[in-house]
Design a protein around this ligand. Structure first.
Ligand SMILES: Nc1ncnc2c1ncn2[C@@H]1O[C@H](COP(=O)(O)OP(=O)(O)OP(=O)(O)O)[C@@H](O)[C@H]1O
Ligand SMILES: [Mg+2]
Length: 528
């Protein structure tokens, strides 16, 4: 019986027994139709025999007849033998439902005043009993709500398996007041207590048991929580050692199962051999279900994180090797093709005047102009591949040059602004990233925008460099994140995002149809 109810009934019995010297008291409490239970005997000398002769109480709600003459529900005083008076004092809730019955045996006829006091004591106790039941009910609803919240929290907020297990143990101990519990997870075929409370730390640090010998495996077969409080059922070698070296005498064990199979078990231990009630089983079952799903989430999250790390690593290598490849091609073009075209031009130049007078000079000059254009085109290709201006003169000059060249080709009215004084040389990776982003944004403006003008703004503030490329062209409606590369197309914006992300920066893109597009990036200026 609940300790609070026991002590309440004990006090009631003592108070009723004190109404008259040698009075005896017996109180029955109706327990949900399961029959009456004699809970307290306020025995005084001489009244024991009288009490013993009373019929056994039956729960009036159970519908069973006790075979006796007594009306267990009724109130009132009756004379039951030589010198004995019996008072029936029903304990009822405010709606009149009987909660129990107090029977008092008096050695002398009770006065009306004494009866009134007995009634008042019984009513008062009934109010407390009812309030306590309401409190218990409220506590149950709170626990139910808390469990729903907790399962949601586990699923949404916990990122690692360790966090999930620790959180469940804290909930079991702090909110539900279980003093001994453990999360046993399978690791390479062995059960390991990964989070626990109230267990012997030395035991927990060294305990490893083949999974098939654990209680977890036994309950897994049932597929639901099971409890063990019979000594014959409890194999000491499969059980933990509790704080203070005590063995558990009752265990409530729930399997942790996911679609991928069994992960282990959630276990609650007690030092006394006593069954767990339905509320305990409910709490542990709900937590175990939420926990298994959260552990599965944590595993998927971890796999995803590892995959993302690999992808980022791969992207970084790709960008680096792309730059290296461009540098190599640029060098090859410069040293091979470039030199040959320049030599060809010089050769033609040197021989222009040694041509025989009858030779058509105009056709020869036309050939020379084509070779000259080849030289310009080769320089442009080399500069696109590896902007040597960037290496030699830095970002500001390289951007200015890039913008001028493209503005001339596209017929734009171009503006270049540098904000914030003293923008010196930046780490090579930062300069290259800014340059490539501007290059791609200008290429996009040329390919897609049909804009009359463009503006490039470079600025530096609070350890970050920012660059903005603005056009006043057609614009487009899609959000930056929704633009996906397909069949080798639309790689520009994705490459831009990846380059910037690799250096820990941000890209934003604002575009409004018929108003134009603004691409803006910011990058931290940290040395490589
Ligand atoms: N300045 C802009 N004005 C109008 N539309 C733009 C602009 N920049 C990008 N877009 C739109 O966004 C799409 C994606 O651009 P992105 O640079 O990723 O690909 P792309 O330029 O089509 O191809 P790639 O860059 O791979 O050669 C473009 O196809 C275009 O529709
Ligand atoms: Mg592009």
């Amino acid at each position: 019986m609940d300790p609070f109810i026991r002590s309440l009934l004990q006090s009631l019995a003592e108070a009723l027994g004190a109404l008259q010297p040698r009075a005896g008291v017996s109180i029955g409490l109706w327990q949900g139709g399961a029959g009456s239970r004699l809970v307290v005997e306020g025995a005084r000398a001489g009244t024991l025999t009288a009490l013993a002769r009373l019929p056994v109480l039956k729960d009036p709600l159970s519908g069973q007849d006790d075979g006796g003459d007594e009306d267990d529900e009724g109130d009132g005083v009756t004379r039951i033998g030589e010198g004995w008076w019996l008072l029936h004092c029903a304990l009822r809730d405010h709606g009149g439902t009987p909660l129990g019955l107090a029977r008092v045996v008096f050695p002398a006829e009770p006065t009306p005043d004494l009866l009134a006091r007995a009634r008042a004591l019984a009513d008062h106790s009934a109010v407390i009993l009812e309030q306590y039941a309401l409190h218990h009910e409220l506590q149950q609803s709170f626990n139910g709500l808390f469990l729903v919240y907790e399962a949601g929290y586990l699923l949404n907020m916990s990122r690692t398996a360790g966090e999930v297990c620790e959180r469940v143990v804290t909930t079991l101990t702090r909110t539900f007041h279980f003093t001994h519990c453990a999360v046993m997870l399978a690791r390479d075929g062995m059960a390991v207590p990964v989070a626990h409370a109230g267990l012997d730390p030395a035991w927990a640090a060294t305990y490893r048991l083949p999974v098939e010998q654990t209680l977890g495996t036994r309950v897994l077969r049932e597929g639901a929580a099971a409890q063990f409080y019979d000594a014959a059922d409890l194999d000491a070698s499969a059980l933990p050692v509790l704080d203070g070296g005590l063995p558990p005498r009752s265990v409530l064990c729930t399997p942790l199962t996911t679609r991928a199979g069994s992960l282990g078990s959630l276990e609650i231990y007690r030092t006394v051999a006593e069954p767990f009630d339905d509320d305990d089983v409910f709490v542990v079952t709900v937590l175990a279900v939420g926990m298994a799903a959260a552990l599965e989430n944590a595993r998927l999250y971890e796999t995803l994180r590892e995959r993302e790390e690999r992808l980022t690593d791969y992207a970084a290598r790709l960008v680096t090797s792309q730059e290296e490849e461009r540098r190599r091609i640029s060098r090859d073009v410069h040293d091979g093709l470039g030199q040959m075209i320049v030599s060809a031009f010089q050769y033609l130049q040197a021989h222009e005047f040694s041509l025989p007078p009858e030779h058509p000079r105009e056709a020869f000059r036309h050939g020379m102009r084509i070779v000259e254009e080849c030289i310009t085109e080769t320089r442009r290709v080399m500069s696109d591949l590896r902007p040597s201006t960037l290496d030699d003169f830095g970002l500001v000059v390289a951007l200015q040059q890039q913008l001028d060249t493209m503005a001339e080709e596209a017929g734009w009215q171009a503006t270049f602004r540098v904000e914030g004084a003293g923008l010196g040389r930046l780490p090579p990776a930062v300069e290259m990233t800014v340059f490539r982003v501007v290059q791609e944004a200008l290429n996009n403006a040329r390919k897609h925008a049909e804009t009359p003008s463009v503006r490039v703004t470079l600025s530096q503030q609070d350890g970050r460099v920012a660059v903005e490329v603005r056009d006043w062209g057609r614009g487009f409606a899609a959000a930056l994140s929704s633009i996906r590369p397909r069949q080798g197309k639309n790689l520009g914006l994705m490459g831009m995002r990846e380059r910037v992300a690799l250096l820990g920066g941000d890209v934003t893109m604002d575009s409004t149809p018929m108003e134009g597009t603004t691409v803006r990036i910011t990058l931290p200026i940290a040395d490589e």
